[in-house]
Write a protein that binds this ligand. Structure first.
Ligand SMILES: Nc1ncnc2c1ncn2[C@@H]1O[C@H](COP(=O)(O)OP(=O)(O)O)[C@@H](O)[C@H]1O
Ligand SMILES: [Mg+2]
Length: 417
């Protein structure tokens, strides 16, 4: 069996409209010609009838000139053809038949303008059909293109078409709405997967940290007890041991605070105080790394609604990351300003940026690229900001990185009212 492609809508519309145009033109011109034909034959018949009745009282010689006036549409009938007859009083008979082809050619000549107008009308109608078919099917072609793009994993937004019929415009909008919903759904799934991962890792981390913390504390106590009995050389080794134990303890505490966060205490937080605190806290690490620090809060910036301690931790993690990313110096800029019912806080640096392939993973717990890192800083930031009903956004390039936080100014239920 031969599989043939069905006719496209565009071709169908063109064929139907062209057929209608041809039909209408044919009907108009045909009506005009037929009407003319009947008028002409009527006039010719009337002339013949008049000649017939006049001839019945005249001789053949008198009838001859009368017949000359019959006009161009009667011709002598050949024998055997049905004909109209004229009889003279002395018995001569003339046979006439209508010269139809002459009538038609006279008509065509007379109606030539109608014919030309009909032909032009036909051409215009065909052009219109082509244009209409194109403008009706173009949005559908664009829609098909959009679906094809989506199928191959490329998110597209269809352009808004001007002078498109309402239904097709609605189809276009529905498609764009569907794409946005799908995108949101995908983001939500990614988020949900991250939360799940965090929860699983959190419970493992909490169990391990808990097991490690007690032996660490006991090791520290026994090391302090031993200090008194050691020689000068041994004391130096014990001091190193102590520093390492403290570092280990700090990591484990961080792990625990990540895995088992304390219940947040929400209240109004002044963004200016928050930034001033963080600037003074990080002044020394900045100076040591040769990083210049700038900070500013927009005039009239509203208070945040959050847990001050947690927000301090968020800011500390972000600023320490920014400093850590610039070991050879650079700058860190802290800015806060009101944005509708939220406060936007930006931490920007002039460091080397985050490679695109790592960007997806930086909020994952234990993901780090620093030898001394724990990989918990950003996952804590993410969790705290989420807990505040806010959002974290990262923009990064080889010229620097900007972490933006959007934090609410009121508790969620108050915001609604
Ligand atoms: N401002 C920044 N510039 C460049 N890279 C960054 C920045 N902040 C975070 N990162 C990247 O994200 C990773 C994870 O950060 P984080 O969760 O704070 O863990 P850690 O600081 O312990 O490495 C870092 O190891 C680093 O690769
Ligand atoms: Mg960090």
């Amino acid at each position: 069996m031969r599989s043939s492609r069905p006719l496209s809508i565009e071709t169908r519309i063109k064929v139907i409209l062209t057929a209608i145009a041809i039909g209408l033109t044919g009907l108009t011109v045909g009506t005009a010609l037929t009407q003319g034909f009947f008028e002409r034959t009527g006039e010719a018949r009337l002339l013949l009838e008049t000649a017939k009745s006049a001839a019945s009282g005249l001789s053949a010689a008198q009838v001859e000139p009368l017949l000359m006036k019959l006009g161009p549409f009667w011709k002598e009938a050949p024998p055997g053809v049905p004909a109209e007859t004229v009889h003279s009083s002395d018995g001569k008979v003339w046979r006439f038949t209508l010269d139809r082809s002459r009538i038609w050619s006279a008509l065509v000549h007379r109606q030539r303008y109608v014919l030309v107008a009909g032909l032009i009308g036909l051409l215009v109608a065909v052009e219109l059909a082509v244009f209409l078919a194109y403008s009706l099917t173009r949005p559908m072609k664009i829609l098909a293109w959009g679906c094809e793009q989506m199928r191959s994993g490329r998110w597209v937004r269809l352009p808004t078409l001007s002078r498109t019929p309402y239904e097709l415009e609605a189809l276009n909008e529905a498609f764009n709405g569907m794409v946005e919903d799908l995108k949101r759904w995908q983001d939500f799934q990614k988020q949900a997967a991250r939360v799940e991962r965090l929860a699983a890792l959190g419970s493992v981390a909490a169990a391990v940290a808990h097991e490690v913390k007690n032996p660490l504390a006991s090791m520290r106590i026994h090391l302090d007890l031993l200090q008194g009995r050691l020689s000068a050389g041994e004391k130096e080794s014990a001091a190193i041991l102590g520093t390492e134990l403290d570092r280990l303890n700090q990591t484990v505490s961080q792990l625990l605070s990540y895995a088992r966060p304390r219940t947040p205490l929400f209240g109004p937080v002044d963004a200016r105080e928050l930034l001033a605190w963080i600037a003074s806290m990080t002044a020394t690490p900045c100076r040591l790394a040769g990083v210049q620090q700038f900070w500013g809060v927009e005039e009239g910036c509203p208070f945040l609604w959050g847990d001050e301690q947690q927000l301090k931790q968020v800011m500390l993690n972000l600023v320490l990351n920014a400093v850590g990313a610039q070991p050879d110096g650079g700058s860190v800029r802290l800015e806060a300003r009101g944005e509708g019912r939220n406060v936007s806080i930006r931490v920007s640096d002039t460091g080397p940026g985050i490679p695109p392939e790592l960007l997806e993973r930086i909020f994952d717990p234990f993901f780090t690229t620093r030898p001394e890192g724990t990989g918990l800083g950003l996952s804590i930031v993410h969790r705290i900001v989420e807990g505040h009903g806010g959002r974290v956004n990262v923009e990064t390039s080889p010229q620097g990185t900007v972490f933006s936080l959007l934090l609410p100014t009121a508790p969620p239920d108050k915001k609604e009212s």
